[in-house]
Design a protein around this ligand. Structure first.
Ligand SMILES: Cc1cc2nc3c(=O)[nH]c(=O)nc-3n(C[C@H](O)[C@H](O)[C@H](O)COP(=O)(O)OP(=O)(O)OC[C@H]3O[C@@H](n4cnc5c(N)ncnc54)[C@H](O)[C@@H]3O)c2cc1C
Length: 288
């Protein structure tokens, strides 16, 4: 049962950040509430002050300026899936957003809430890490940009300071010769394992590949051994298969209700091979 709380409705980031600072551990940012209200209902956490950021204008904006795609923290999964701008410049993101959870959660759950909650079984965190997304945090009068692969620090933990609000995520669309893909396996609503790959190619050679694995450990991480194998490798299926095996072999995975570590290693290897093949196929299309 929900215990009483007060809702604050700031109209600026500065005001939200001051409220968070003033109320300290008694306060939480309230976006879509799909995670926050659930944990409060379950009695797993209680905040006497909810800072509702939906009253701050512009935080749901999605825009492309010719180089960078900016997704406001309050962009819902549904809005991202349906955005014409995302569809044109980052169709992979639209496709991943469409696979999150269920229609109820997608309609109200936000990108910022997904990343800040840092629940390990997330699709968007994994994609952001492989894509080299930049996460922009703001407090009273200042902003700082954090690369996605340095944002997550553990289960439900990030580098965000208690008085900071995630305001937007920035992505650069893939250039010519670069392709990306995301593969997930889910037995329940949340993913059991996910692999995102972004591969840059030129003249039949892989220049570099970025691979992120998620949902199998405390947070999404880069698969650096496999990435090293891809750099300079010929565009042949054998190279992709060997890199995929390295993803499974070196991944830090934990046993949990979603499956054993050995099982997840196997799933990761399969997903990585699929993601790499699909990313390479996209890279070839982009190059054509
Ligand atoms: C049944 C279910 C299934 C799901 N399945 C998937 C799935 O398949 N894949 C997947 O990726 N995710 C999945 N999710 C997670 C879902 O994506 C998140 O619940 C949603 O995006 C959270 O957004 P929200 O706006 O509701 O966050 P809220 O619940 O409002 O907030 C979540 C947390 O983040 C903090 N917060 C929110 N926004 C900000 C901000 N801008 N700045 C600072 N702090 C902030 C809040 O204080 C809170 O601690 C699932 C969730 C549920 C409930």
């Amino acid at each position: 049962m929900l215990r009483p709380f007060e809702i604050h409705e700031p109209t600026s980031i500065a005001e939200a950040s001051r409220l968070l600072a003033d109320h300290g551990e008694d306060a939480a940012v309230y976006a879509g509430g799909t995670e926050l209200i659930l944990v409060m209902k379950e009695g797993l956490a209680h905040f006497r002050h909810l800072v509702d950021i939906k009253t701050i204008p512009g935080l749901e904006t999605i825009a492309y300026d010719g180089a960078v795609l900016r997704l406001g923290a309050l962009a819902t999964h549904r809005a991202i899936e349906r955005s014409a701008v995302v569809g044109r410049h980052a169709p992979l993101l639209a496709s991943v957003a469409s696979q999150v959870a269920n229609p109820r959660v997608r309609n109200v759950g936000t990108l910022g809430g997904n990343l800040c909650f840092a629940e390990p079984h997330s699709d968007l965190g994994t994609l952001c890490v492989a894509w080299d997304a930049v996460i922009v945090l703001a407090r009273d009068g200042e902003e700082r940009s954090v690369p996605a692969d340095r944002f997550f620090t553990g289960v439900l933990e990030t580098v965000r300071e208690p008085d900071e609000v995630l305001v937007r995520v920035e992505l650069r669309p893939f250039g010519p010769g670069t392709g990306g893909a995301y593969q997930r396996f889910a037995m329940h609503e949340r993913p059991t394992a996910g692999v995102a790959a972004v591969v840059a190619t030129r003249g039949g050679v892989i220049q570099h590949g970025r691979i992120a694995i998620g949902s199998v450990g405390p947070m999404p991480v880069r698969a650096s051994e496999a990435e090293a194998m891809l750099a300079g490798a010929p565009l042949r299926d054998e190279a992709l298969r060997e890199a995929a095996k390295a993803v499974g072999r070196h991944a830090e995975v934990m046993d949990d209700l979603y499956g054993s570590a050995a099982y997840k290693r196997h799933v990761l290897t399969v997903l990585a091979a699929r993601a790499l093949r699909e990313a390479v196929a996209c890279a070839r299309e982009e190059d054509a």
